[in-house]
Design a protein around this ligand. Structure first.
Ligand code: ATP
Length: 274
């Protein structure tokens, strides 16, 4: 397995771990000829095993596209992505990762329990094992009292927690999240961020790739931030976040937190005004 490359701001230990994702000079073009859209250009970065890596950038810079390429849901135009030394397509077929989308996709006629159980049912997990794991995941995301509710009886934040529980239920070592808190109000969003950190720390070794356009969200959550430029999306800088863990809301007041936030803001601002 390839070692993750050393990058700028390499203060933490994450850069020395083996890489779960290695993206090398990735390009993505939609369509062809005059109507071709260059969504991504020459994108390279590593996601060390067990780390939390955010992909941060303005709307339309190709973040979701990049996630779909990593997940093997769309073909790459140029360059290469390796996920645990396999192609994204191989990983997708082996169901080696979980994925959470911006809008939770839940089945309204199924209860919370039944929604969370779905991927386990699909891979043929026994009923007893399913019950055990679903119960555990529902507790983990704090929905123990709502296991028999239907999605429409839950708030947006609770629905997203169901989607997170479902993605975690089959125990993926690699989780991809595409702006999972984008549709939530600020207070719920901040609560969900710290809850996600709690869930993640309870499952050591789990790698997360998280898409966001919020600088503070990226700094709070991540070991590493891949800062993207506007379309065509390119990597502007890769920043390793050297804030101690466990992190709580309090870290937002930390001098270093504000310093990193400011650095990213300046970087994005300098590009907009270049
Ligand atoms: N299937 C597609 N066909 C053609 N163009 C596409 C397709 N999917 C995405 N694009 C284009 O690629 C670019 C990147 O889109 P993408 O959704 O990846 O951006 P994003 O950074 O995730 O945006 P947002 O933060 O608004 O969700 C956009 O210009 C978009 O119009």
């Amino acid at each position: 397995m390839r070692e993750a490359a050393t990058v700028q701001h390499d203060h933490s230990a994450v850069a020395t771990r083996p890489a779960t994702v290695v993206a090398t000079n990735v390009g993505k073009v939609f369509g062809s000829g005059a109507s071709a859209v260059r969504a991504l250009e020459d994108v390279s970065f590593d996601v060390p095993q067990g780390s939390f890596v955010s992909i941060l950038g303005p709307s339309g810079c190709g973040k979701s596209t990049l996630l779909r390429l990593i997940a093997g849901l769309q073909p790459i135009t140029s360059g290469e992505i390796a996920v645990n030394d396999h192609t994204p397509d191989e990983m997708r077929k082996a169901r080696e990762f979980g994925i959470v989308f911006q809008q939770p996709i839940l089945f309204d006629w199924r209860t919370v329990e039944q929604n969370v159980a779905l991927p386990l049912q699909l891979i043929g997990t026994s009923k007893e094992e399913r019950k055990r794991r679903v119960g555990e995941m529902i507790e983990l995301v704090g929905l123990g009292d709502f296991r028999r509710h239907r999605p429409w009886q839950l708030s947006g934040g609770m629905q997203q927690r169901v989607a997170i529980a479902r993605a975690l239920a089959f125990g993926p070592r690699f989780l991809m999240m595409d702006e999972p808190f984008g549709a939530l109000d600020m207070m719920t969003r901040e609560r969900m961020q710290t809850e996600l950190l709690r869930i993640w720390s309870s499952r050591p070794g789990t790698t997360i790739v998280f898409i966001t356009h919020s600088i503070s969200e990226a700094v709070l959550l991540s070991d590493r931030i891949v800062v993207m430029s506007a379309r065509p999306g390119r990597v502007m800088r890769v920043i390793d976040v050297d804030l101690e863990r466990p992190r709580t809301d309090e870290v937002r007041k930390d001098e270093r937190f504000i310093e990193i936030e400011t650095e990213i803001r300046d970087l994005i601002f300098s590009q907009e005004h270049a």
